[in-house]
Write a protein of this length. Structure first.
Length: 350
């Protein structure tokens, strides 16, 4: 059955590239001095548990965060056949010593692999690496790709303040391109938090898209995607502010010779080689994304299982896109290409 025919209202055929995992338990630190930010889990109410970081409750989560069966129950009403699962970004732990972070992320990667193995093909693993040390990150990349079979990883929008386009990370992304491992960039510890006026919950609403936009821009201005045209790199939250920044960057390249030298390929052309999720909560914005970046580059993203997520992602695409062939790209086909899976082999067919 063709993917175009599958993608109709009410289908359960979508592929979600932006969904997070928190295990029921986190490991004890195996070294001598426990890092101050080493996370742990503590009982909460009913089927919930607290994520504890530095002795404080960072987030309270339900069994949806760790239970494959509970997660799969929720996927049908969301219109999803497959979900790529990655760690809650705070667990990426770039602020720890590399060996400590490596221990935690090895545990996370193996937990994700176990969840995927129990899911009957409904969950696809997306790993994590301690990118604060490129050599250690390369070793973990080899493990998750060669041993666990993961075809994608999640990285933060910045690593201790350095955006993903910074030159020190270039060898890592070169290895991702060589191994054909896709990279999903998620907002993490964003810049500009001190400029927010209001409750803490403004962080994901305003600061996350700002940091993601700057991260995506750094990939363009560093010519990373130009040097590695086979690198599959996606950005959460619709690429954040990049949509608005891109015309200014394009004009600046025409005005300033130094920018033209730094970007041999125009930023607009480069941006159409990146991928973006659909998590923008607005049909006109999603249509604009498809027009500016190309319908071939957009994929469903939900931010499940957290409160600030898109509970009806397929319906969101349908509301924004009239052409069934373009809907098919956004709902299933682009994500299948990004993740390296067979769109026609989805466990659920409409």
């Amino acid at each position: 059955m063709s993917s175009t025919h599958r993608h109709t209202p009410g289908c359960a055929c979508g592929i979600d590239v932006h969904a997070h995992v928190i295990p029921h338990d986190l490991p004890r630190y195996l070294g001598n001095a426990v890092p101050a930010a080493w996370p742990s889990m503590a009982p909460a109410h009913a089927c919930h548990r607290h994520v504890m970081i530095a002795g404080k409750v960072y987030r309270t989560v339900s069994e949806r965060a760790w239970s494959p069966s509970r997660r799969i129950e929720d996927m049908a009403p969301m219109g999803l056949a497959v979900q790529a699962i990655s760690p809650m970004p705070e667990l990426l732990s770039y602020w720890m010593e590399p060996q400590a972070a490596s221990q935690l992320l090895r545990y996370m990667n193996e937990q994700i692999a176990e969840m995927a193995a129990l899911s009957g093909g409904r969950l696809v693993g997306m790993g994590a690496v301690p990118l604060q040390d490129v050599d250690v990150a390369l070793a973990e990349l080899e493990y998750v790709n060669d041993k666990l079979g993961f075809k994608a990883i999640e990285v933060g929008s910045n690593v201790n303040g350095k955006p993903v386009g910074a030159p020190e990370f270039a060898p890592f992304f070169a290895a991702c391109a060589e191994k054909n491992v896709a990279v999903f960039v998620h907002a993490l510890k964003p810049t500009g938090v001190e400029r927010l006026v209001g409750p803490e919950k403004l962080l994901p609403a305003l600061a996350y898209p700002t940091d993601v936009g700057l991260a995506a821009a750094s990939v363009l201005t560093s010519n990373l995607i130009g040097r590695h045209p086979d690198l599959k790199m996606a950005f959460s939250h619709g690429g954040g502010t990049l949509l608005s920044l891109l015309p200014r960057l394009e004009q600046a390249r025409q005005v300033f010779p130094a920018l033209r030298d730094a970007m041999p390929v125009s930023p607009s052309e480069q941006a159409r080689k990146l991928f973006y999720d659909t998590l923008v909560f607005d049909a006109p914005t999603l249509r604009h994304l498809a027009d500016r970046f190309g319908a071939s580059q957009l994929m469903i993203g939900t931010d499940y299982p957290f409160a600030f997520h898109d509970a009806r992602p397929v319906d969101s695409v349908i509301a924004a896109i009239d052409d069934p062939r373009v809907r098919a790209q956004l709902v299933t086909d682009n994500a299948a290409r990004f993740l390296g899976i067979d769109a026609g082999a989805s466990p659920i067919q409409a």
